[in-house]
Design a protein around this ligand. Structure first.
Ligand SMILES: [Zn+2]
Length: 410
């Protein structure tokens, strides 16, 4: 639904900060009624929260489709055998393992190379079938020991994972350059500025991986970045030190900052194709293993990062393209907001209408907590005009109803 009456919304806001949440994202999202915690690292997404999650998902989907990604949905529960084949069963400590009543072992997906490699290669016969890129947006699982960061590190989390298949390293590098630009567009549309860092390759590969990092004090990584160019590196593998001159551009100095990972890219090489012994026939008729890449974006995690970055003492401040609604319409002092509610709907503006009979103070406080970009107030005191204010601004303007659309669409 692109519009909703707040009197009908089944969730309510909470005045007090929940005692069992340590991070700003979890505290604000729980108070404002976007999410509800079932257990550490596992949340229900409520009507407002699901709208935000869907908005982020759609931005990611559009950009992945635009670079030729083909969307699929893969199973979340896997047999042990495929994880034993790649060594992940014993090597990946956060792999979530489940035993059935017949004592069979299963894994819950945390990344899906084990499923996608044989799946895609079933249809790739010759070099003419390459390159290919498939992706899914699906729930994933990590067996975390401590999950205290709200949506930043979930036991269950929504992720976009794309897997690409190439004839050569050069073709992977070409595709990585295309994906890097797509990723930067994704983050920009979410209201985030991401830096691309080099990091270690993780459990399987000696190659470097790339991490897309957003600067935020709530992050769990330290990065060094150049003040002049786009050089950026995870402190874990940095040879450089804070305060040193950047060797890449020779102009800037290196600054240290806390950051949160919002995406990653792994150069998988031929590891998974070799594990499953899946090949294609090259131009000379020889069997070859494809080069693979893995490209992740944490969707639910991005929602948490956005809240960490955009908030003030009163609540959340959603960037426009991910906000649950564009307009929060408040009717005060018994004023009738029906007419403007109708006309906003007719114009295709997504609107949450606070039609409840509670005090103006409560409505303002809740609107600030929920953080919808535009607030419009109708009140008998305004002589038929309306008050309009951005969540990011202090001062409201009093305008004619006719001007509202013009202001919002500008
Ligand atoms: Zn530099």
């Amino acid at each position: 639904m692109p519009y909703m009456r707040q009197s009908q919304l089944f969730t309510k806001t909470e005045r007090n900060t929940p005692k069992d949440e340590a991070t700003v994202n979890a505290q604000l999202l729980a108070r404002a009624g976007f999410v509800s915690k079932l257990m550490a690292g596992v949340y229900s997404y409520l009507p407002l929260g699901l709208r935000v999650l869907n908005n982020i998902e759609n931005i990611v989907r559009e950009e992945m489709d635009a670079v030729g990604g083909q969307e699929i949905s893969m199973p979340m529960i896997h047999p042990k055998s495929i994880w034993a084949t790649t060594g992940g069963w014993n090597k990946i400590d956060v792999l979530f393992k489940v035993k059935s009543r017949t004592e069979k072992d299963y894994a819950l997906g945390q990344s899906e190379e084990e499923v996608v490699t044989p799946l895609v290669m079933k249809y790739v016969n010759t070099y003419k079938d390459l390159p290919k890129a498939v992706y899914q947006i699906n729930w994933k699982f990590r067996d975390e020991l401590r999950s205290k960061s709200g949506l930043l590190r979930g036991v269950e989390f929504l992720m976009k994972d794309m897997y690409s298949f190439h004839e050569s390293q050069e073709d992977f590098e070409r595709f990585y350059a295309v994906m890097k630009m797509a990723y930067l567009r994704v983050y920009e549309r979410m209201g985030l500025v991401a830096k691309v860092t080099e990091a270690s390759g993780g459990a399987f590969t000696q190659k470097v991986s790339y991490e897309f990092m957003v600067l935020t004090d709530a992050g769990e990584d330290d990065i060094l970045y150049c003040t002049a160019c786009d050089f950026c590196v995870n402190v874990e593998i940095a040879k450089e030190k804070e305060g040193e001159r950047c060797t890449r551009c020779e102009k800037g100095t290196l600054a240290k900052a806390r950051a949160s990972e919002v995406g990653n890219v792994f150069d998988l090489g031929q590891k998974f194709a070799k594990d499953f012994d899946v090949t294609y026939t090259d131009k000379d008729g020889k069997k070859q293993y494809p080069i693979m890449g893995c490209f992740g974006i944490g969707i639910s995690r991005a929602m948490g990062v956005i809240v960490e970055k955009y908030n003030d003492e009163r609540g959340i401040i959603w960037p426009e393209l991910v906000a649950p609604f564009a307009v929060h319409l408040l009717a005060l002092g018994g004023a009738d907001g029906e007419k403007i509610y109708d006309s906003l709907q007719k114009e295709g503006v997504q609107v949450l209408y606070d039609d409840r009979e509670i005090s103006a103070g409560e409505k303002f406080a809740e609107a600030d907590l929920i953080g919808i970009p535009w607030r419009i107030v109708v009140s008998p005191k305004l002589d038929g005009k309306v008050e309009i204010k951005k969540r990011t601004e202090k001062e409201a303007q009093i305008v004619d109803i006719k001007e509202v659309l013009h202001i919002i669409k500008k």
